[in-house]
Design a protein around this ligand. Structure first.
Ligand SMILES: C[C@](O)(CO)[C@H](O)COP(=O)(O)OP(=O)(O)OC[C@H]1O[C@@H](n2ccc(N)nc2=O)[C@H](O)[C@@H]1O
Ligand SMILES: Nc1ncnc2c1ncn2[C@@H]1O[C@H](COP(=O)(O)OP(=O)(O)OP(=O)(O)O)[C@@H](O)[C@H]1O
Length: 269
């Protein structure tokens, strides 16, 4: 079984409160983008996991492996599988790649083993693997609250725009990024702001991580400025960075940006 695990961008991100458990309450909009990791699953005698493509810095088990064991602990009937992951989504980028891989493993295991798990059940498992992970179960544009795992659907379609993602050679740890934000009540109602024309978003929709991250890594801010110079209607860092996206009315030449980071053009498969 092959799954194509897509990335996400955050449109606006307010960090409102530090919780007792060390996590933070946030308000953000998650929007799926057409940039994919490939997760291949084969029947096997015992569980195994291999990665190809972009190198993933080791930090314990891969999220795909954690997803497999998490579901297997509740459903012992799950057959062993060999998972091969082709990693294309940059890591430490704020694009949610690892979370997406894990969510797609949960969905594939449920389907393959005919567990018939509903979206809400899969979301509960996903939330145990990472705050971002639950979003990828339904994978639709949503307004997210809580630690980023409570959703209300929104109507937002950017399919007629040209989205570009620029990833500088900087790996940002999500935990470290959160530790440097001072939480504050959101200044703006994101659900209302998102209904404004896109060229007005820049006046209202901001990402609270940008302030601290731009200070530490000025090149990320430079990328954002360049995207505006090139005509972006809206540009922002995604999640805790380091990737920055731009939303354009139409395709433009961004060769100049290659000097600052790798330029990705999300496309239909
Ligand atoms: C920055 C975002 O990408 C925005 O969508 C997410 O909030 C990050 O979600 P994620 O990568 O799935 O995060 P996790 O793997 O669950 O957590 C990594 C670390 O980030 C911090 N963290 C994460 C999410 C959150 N709402 N508050 C936090 O403080 C915690 O220190 C946690 O130990
Ligand atoms: N399948 C995976 N893909 C990517 N990273 C993984 C995976 N499994 C485990 N990880 C670990 O997660 C780390 C990346 O997580 P991190 O939250 O910092 O960044 P991210 O990929 O940009 O995601 P996010 O958008 O959630 O911030 C990696 O350094 C790696 O140690």
């Amino acid at each position: 079984m092959i799954s194509f695990a897509n990335a996400k961008i955050n449109i606006g991100l307010f960090v409102s409160r530090r919780r007792e458990d060390g996590y933070h309450d946030i308000e953000t909009i998650f929007y799926p983008v057409k940039m994919y990791d490939v997760v291949e699953m084969h029947a096997a005698d015992s569980y195994s996991f291999e990665t190809y493509g972009i190198h993933i810095p080791e930090r314990g088990d891969n999220l795909c492996t954690k997803a497999y064991h998490l579901l297997k602990s509740d459903f012992p009937q799950i057959e062993p599988v060999a998972i091969k992951l082709l990693k294309n989504i940059p890591v430490g980028a704020g694009l949610g790649g690892g979370s997406s891989d894990a969510a797609f493993v949960l969905k594939a295991l449920s389907e393959w083993n005919k567990l018939n798990l509903k979206a809400e059940e899969l979301q509960k498992y996903a939330a145990k693997l990472g705050a971002d992970c639950a979003f990828f179960v339904e994978n639709k544009p949503v307004f997210a609250t809580g630690i980023g795992d409570e959703f209300s659907e929104i109507s937002l379609d950017l399919s007629t725009y040209w989205i570009v993602i620029v990833k500088p050679d900087i790996h940002i740890s999500t935990a470290e990024a959160y530790s440097q934000v001072i939480p504050a009540a959101p200044e703006v109602d994101l659900c209302r702001a998102i209904k404004l024309p896109i060229q007005e978003w820049k006046y209202y929709i901001k990402n609270d991580f940008e302030f601290g991250i731009f200070d530490k890594y000025p090149v990320i801010q430079e990328i954002k400025h360049k995207l505006y110079e090139k005509g972006a209607l809206y540009a922002s860092m995604s999640g805790s960075g380091s990737a920055v996206y731009g939303i354009f009315e139409e395709e433009v030449n961004l060769d100049e940006l290659e000097a600052l980071g790798k330029v990705f053009h999300p496309v239909e498969l």
